[in-house]
Design a binder for this molecule. Structure first.
Ligand SMILES: [Zn+2]
Length: 293
């Protein structure tokens, strides 16, 4: 265990990224775009290999613990590489030379800030209304315009919208007025198109499950990769139906490559920070497995 990734609001994440960059100058730090409230959405690259892989976290606001999970992994991987060690049993240099890993630890920074109530929210009156008048935002998944960012992608978006039956901005499940109407979703779409990712994983909470398919668009190896992830983590690989418009759905449909949603942890969201250790023990094995396929 280390101090990185501890209880991360947006400022905490930025601080950790700067400290990591300072300590491990081989990390590349950039931005994929800006949120509704004009926060930078950072991306960290580790590794120089020709094969590009992407992990993301905190698409959903009250799943902010996935940010901590990813920051901690960057720390452990970078430290292992710097010292010539292995990361969770695999030689870090071998991974670093072979793989370029791009991590977006917090896709929905405004939403995370809202859930953590860390600052004066400029749209508070409107948000309270969308939250049924409650000042308790712990159930909030959406961005600050009340749009669920993981229902925003052009992969049968209309079907998802009809299924959800949420007609207006809300804490969750509202798909927006059109696919990619939100800057955070557009940033993820553009970033993903720019890179030639062989594989992507979106980390969510909770349930200890791995979703690997989308309408039979996934390549044949997706199922066996999910089974490997399940084996190393103890999670269940689940074939999902009746769900559309998510990031991994779109990635699979668009690129016909392996894309996964991994639901880490157990309980009700937001999961307590005290779960991070156990969660990290399992999820980091999936991360290393993804790099070492
Ligand atoms: Zn989620």
């Amino acid at each position: 265990m280390n101090e990185f990734g501890k209880g991360l609001d947006y400022a905490g994440m930025i601080m950790d990224i700067l400290l990591l960059k300072d300590r491990y100058p081989f990390l590349e730090v950039g931005s994929i775009g800006r949120s509704v409230e004009d926060r930078d959405i950072p991306v960290i690259r580790i590794g120089v290999g020709a094969k590009h892989i992407h992990f993301n976290g905190a698409f959903h606001a009250n799943e902010w613990i996935t940010t901590s999970l990813l920051i901690r992994f960057i720390h452990d991987y970078a430290q292992a590489y710097a010292h010539g060690n292995s990361v969770h049993g695999v030689d870090a240099k071998q991974l670093f030379d072979r793989i370029s890993l791009w991590i977006v630890p917090m896709v929905n920074p405004d939403g995370v800030e809202l859930v953590l109530s860390k600052q004066q929210e400029p749209h508070l009156q409107q948000l309270l209304e969308w939250n049924g008048g409650s000042t308790d935002f712990s159930g909030w998944k959406a961005n600050v315009r009340g749009v669920d960012l993981n229902d925003q992608f052009p992969a049968n978006w209309e079907l998802e919208r009809a299924r959800r039956q949420v007609a207006n901005p809300a804490s969750r499940d509202y798909s927006g007025t059109s696919p990619l109407s939100e800057p955070e979703a557009r940033a993820m779409e553009a970033f993903t198109r720019e890179r030639d990712f062989s594989l992507v994983i979106a980390f969510h909470t909770q349930g200890e499950e791995i979703y690997w398919n989308y309408n039979d668009y996934e390549p044949v190896e997706s199922e066996s990769i999910a089974e490997r992830f399940a084996q190393v983590s103890g999670y269940r690989a689940v074939k999902l139906t009746g769900s559309d418009a998510g990031y991994k759905d779109w990635f699979i449909q668009e690129f016909r490559r392996p894309g996964f949603t991994v639901e880490v942890g157990v309980g009700s969201n937001p999961l307590p920070y005290s779960q991070l250790g156990d969660m990290y023990g399992k999820a980091s094995k999936i991360m290393v497995e993804a790099l070492n396929l």
